[in-house]
Design a protein around this ligand. Structure first.
Ligand SMILES: [Zn+2]
Length: 205
């Protein structure tokens, strides 16, 4: 692609780093940004800048947050001894939308995937195991979706806390086979949380 402007070329190159955005799409988006009012484009740039430099991760559950402790962890009306283990913030948002869960979350930041070089140490697993070992957790709900990586991750965590006095459960398997949590409809997801099953039962099925 030949560019008449180095500034334009740089913007297109940066834009094309985004997932699913090729050079042609990047050019289309950049030209759109040039055509719209300058203030709108600057607002976009400012919001990205602020997000990248100011955003935090909750020191308890690792959810993305504007404050040290996220709004969910800081809410005294949540059931603090019930923790739902999820992969990322999209799962938190999906489950929150169901209004069926009043406990807290623990965001792992991914799933164990040796093929991609992601082991337990790359994820927020140790802090979860520590939380359970401290004895404040009554129930852990695994909500990782039943891919091979999800199963591996669930089982790894389960093994770490098996000796602890904690109930482990999993959201019903039907909902997430070949389907990420975020794509499941709210009613089904909400029901699967309410009707969660003991984790040991899921191992036998
Ligand atoms: Zn939190």
């Amino acid at each position: 692609m030949e560019f008449s402007s180095k500034l334009l070329e740089n913007a297109v190159n940066e834009m094309s780093q985004l997932p699913g955005v090729g050079k042609r799409t990047a050019l289309r988006l950049v030209l759109h940004l040039l055509r719209q009012p300058e203030s709108q484009t600057l607002n976009l740039a400012d919001s990205l800048n602020a997000m990248r430099s100011k955003i935090k991760f909750c020191k308890s559950c690792h959810n993305i947050s504007d404050t040290d402790l996220c709004e969910i962890c800081a809410n005294p009306h949540r059931v603090a001894n019930t923790i739902c283990v999820v992969e990322d913030i999209r799962d938190v948002m999906a489950i929150e939308n169901t209004s069926s869960f009043r406990g807290l979350y623990h965001v792992l930041g991914g799933k164990i995937s040796p093929m991609d070089g992601i082991g337990p140490n790359e994820l927020n697993i140790k802090s979860l195991v520590d939380k359970v070992k401290e004895g404040h957790v009554k129930e852990l709900i695994f909500a990782l979706g039943s891919t091979m990586e999800g199963d591996t991750t669930n089982f790894y965590i389960y093994k770490q806390i098996q000796e602890c006095n904690v109930i482990t459960s999993t959201i019903s398997r039907g909902i997430s086979v070949g389907n990420e949590l975020e794509y499941t409809d709210e009613i089904t997801l909400g029901r699967s949380i309410i009707n969660r099953i003991p984790f040991e039962t899921s191992l036998k099925s």
